[in-house]
Design a protein around this ligand. Structure first.
Ligand SMILES: CC(C)(COP(=O)(O)OP(=O)(O)OC[C@H]1O[C@@H](n2cnc3c(N)ncnc32)[C@H](O)[C@@H]1OP(=O)(O)O)[C@@H](O)C(=O)NCCC(=O)NCCS
Length: 173
């Protein structure tokens, strides 16, 4: 990742610009009919989701260009939907996004590296993620990061099934 970019923890003052970043990043998924929450979530939802775990933002001269959140444990809503979210010491990767004009430069990879290191240090022994099963490029990206498919769930109000994927954190990062 470009070393001139600043990676720092989310601050509540970021909630509005972070919402704009999420809308821009997830628009392509929305255009495909995949109504991810981040396609059109409001600022309060962004704030709540960021504060539900450890959230990082990537900044370029004051402009937010990337974000990721890792929760430990996963949300109670997710735990109610999948046994794989109820496994003890399991973290969850959420709200990953990179601005469309900043892609393929390692920003998401850097956030993933930070997120899994934080999870490990916080006591997690594994980490999960859920994403739209029809978004094959995302399922492939998480598989390349070591995640394995464990479950398929359907969030209320969503137009798609979600793939639940899990990766161990023991032994290697
Ligand atoms: C998915 C997303 C976060 C990736 O961000 P990024 O900064 O471009 O990713 P990186 O440059 O760090 O690349 C990560 C890896 O994915 C690969 N990759 C990234 N985009 C890819 C694409 N469109 N097709 C194929 N491979 C891709 C890269 O080659 C890289 O592989 P490596 O780790 O082996 O080098 C970004 O495309 C995005 O914000 N998408 C919209 C929102 C979204 O889908 N969020 C996740 C929802 S679950």
């Amino acid at each position: 990742m470009d070393p001139s970019l600043v990676v720092r923890p989310f601050d509540v003052a970021d909630a509005a610009p972070l919402t704009a970043l999420l809308h821009a990043a997830y628009a392509e998924l929305g255009d495909r009919g995949l109504n991810f929450t981040a396609v059109d979530q409001d600022v309060a939802t962004t704030r709540a989701r960021a504060l539900a775990g450890r959230c990082w933002v990537v900044e370029d001269e004051g402009v937010l260009v990337g974000t990721a959140t890792v929760s430990l444990p996963p949300s109670t809503a997710l735990q109610a939907m999948s046994e794989h979210a109820r496994t003890p010491r399991r973290a969850w990767l959420n709200q990953l996004a990179v601005a469309p004009d900043r892609r393929r430069r390692g920003i998401a990879g850097h956030l993933w590296s930070l997120g899994r290191r934080w999870a490990r240090e916080a006591g997690a022994t594994s980490i999960g993620v859920d994403t739209a099963a029809p978004a094959e490029h995302l399922v492939a990206l998480y598989a390349a990061w070591g995640f394995e498919l464990r479950d398929v769930i359907r969030w209320e109000g969503k137009t798609y099934d979600s793939a639940v994927m899990v990766r161990q954190l023991l032994g290697w990062l």
